[in-house]
Design a protein. Structure first.
Length: 277
């Protein structure tokens, strides 16, 4: 399958357009000047509650979101993320009260109690009912065709196992990277005997091969490094606030060089907002 103007064929016959193919008359330097000092957030998508079978997708108008039954794209990167609220009734859903302790990488918490998540007493089953006092989540960055920035999809604990099984079955079993295929995220309704809830479903649409796979891998590798840098900066900021660190390094304002195809002026800060439920 050939590539024309960085457009990759999808299973529906439409072209999957990588961000490099989006034309603009503005230079990288002009965009960097416009974005100076502005925090550039990912559009955050939550798995809906109550068994709802549609995703709510933020748009340019915060009062008029889009709704879609399925999300189709390429998973550029993913990582765990943990958060601890001591009192669920006082805002522990994460909507109104920030977590007391937060591990942006799912490994090391910042705040109280902080420290290694693997050895934290709150990160054990049975510390809040049958579950954990610390909420384990997973961040998935899904790039849709023609969009410049990926969606940041927060998987709740109930969707993590299906995600892990999908990655193992569709990618690790075949020794492929997670960015090497076009995937579809859906929703299904489940019931725990008391309440309905929604669980994310995952479907492999097709693998990329040859030159198109090379393009996607290069793009995903650079994006992954920028997100890792963002998480590191956020961890430094959290330590500085708590008094553990005095100085915070100056954040980068540009992604790794990719012939000006993916350069921004602001700091990617997709987890600046409070963690969703």
């Amino acid at each position: 399958m050939s590539i024309q103007n960085n457009e990759l064929m999808t299973t529906t016959g439409n072209r999957f357009i990588l961000p490099q193919a989006v034309e603009t008359t503005f230079t990288a330097e002009e965009l960097a000047e416009d974005m100076d000092g502005i925090q550039l957030n990912f559009r955050q998508v939550k798995v809906p509650a109550g068994g709802t079978l549609q995703y709510e997708i933020p748009t340019e108008d915060p009062d008029v979101p889009d709704y879609d039954r399925f999300l189709e794209g390429i998973i550029l990167f993913h990582h765990p993320s943990n958060a601890y609220w001591p009192d669920v009734e006082d805002g522990g859903d994460g909507e109104n009260v920030p977590p007391q302790c937060q591990a942006l990488d799912g490994k090391f918490g910042h705040g109280s109690p902080g420290g290694l998540c693997a050895s934290c007493g709150y990160n054990r089953f049975g510390t809040r009912g049958k579950g954990k006092a610390c909420k384990n989540m997973h961040m998935v960055y899904l790039l849709r065709s023609g969009e410049f920035m990926p969606l940041q999809i927060t998987l709740p604990p109930t969707s993590i196992k299906p995600f892990n099984e999908f990655v193992s079955r569709a990618f690790l079993l075949h020794r492929r990277g997670i960015c090497s295929a076009l995937v579809q995220l859906g929703l299904k309704k489940m019931n725990n005997g008391k309440d309905d809830y929604s669980v994310t479903t995952f479907k492999l649409l097709r693998y990329f091969e040859g030159e198109e796979l090379c393009q996607i891998r290069n793009y995903a590798d650079q994006f992954k490094e920028q997100v890792k840098e963002m998480l590191s900066q956020r961890a430094e900021q959290a330590d500085a606030i708590s008094g553990d660190v005095v100085e915070v390094g100056t954040p980068s304002r540009r992604l790794p060089d990719n012939e000006d195809h993916f350069a921004i002026g602001g700091v990617i800060d997709g987890e600046r907002e409070e963690l969703p439920a």
